[in-house]
Design a protein around this ligand. Sequence first.
Ligand code: ZN
Ligand code: FE
Ligand code: FE
Ligand code: ZN
Length: 270
Amino acid sequence: MSHPLPDYHMHTPRCNHAEGRVAEYAEAAIAAGLSEIGISDHSPMPPAMDDNWRMRMDELDDYVAEVLAARDQFAGHLTIRLGLEVDWRPGCEPFVRQLSAQYPWDYLIGSVHYLGNWAFDDPDERDRWDEVGIGATYCQYFAAVADSAASGLFDIIGHPDLAKKFGHRPSKSEQEAVVAAETAMLDAVARAGVALEISSAGLRKPCAEIYPTSRIIKGAAERGIPFSYGSDAHAPNLVGYAQEACRGLLRQHGITAISQFVQRRRTSID
Ligand code: ZN
Ligand code: FE
Ligand code: FE
Ligand code: ZN
């Protein structure tokens, strides 16, 4: 059997939409044959950007303590990294910089879930897709991802084409602009030296496709952009989800290495 991929994306109940203690994720990972995981719950945000989809600032100490305790508890059986999934929103930079200095993170995942004040992947805000339009949403989304990479705040770009989540697809006439935005995003990611996440979460969503799409993986391979793997598990039974499918898709594009992060330094494992 080939080496299992580290799964660097999973959540705890602090974000109000996940279940499972860190130790339960660890047990599930071991049962699934993994040797390394990273916990990456939704980060607190500055008060003005706060909502119900994340832990509160006063839960952060406890979050870090739980992950570090599990690291000790499972030492010798499973490697557990300390991560965080941070929303990219323009203006968040000072807050995130301070947060990143505060704890011994192994990596920060930067994710775009908001365009302006629109949570475009929230089912409750789905109507706004009709107002903004599919092509425009994709273009704004990829521009935001490019900005998040260029910010230098993050090690990994989470689910890099989340705009497709509900299955919205740009029309033929929109396609050229979307591909241009996608290309600019890939160039920004390559310049910033950050990794893209290959995420199996898309397989569980209406788009029924791994994030990111094949064309983006191809463009990343051409630019030498590294990948990390994430299940985006919001419950322990999803740890390592569809890891073989992700591995297969990377292989199709000649990618045979996966990223590992230790205290915000990236190395590659085959
Ligand atoms: Zn979540
Ligand atoms: Fe996310
Ligand atoms: Fe997540
Ligand atoms: Zn996520």
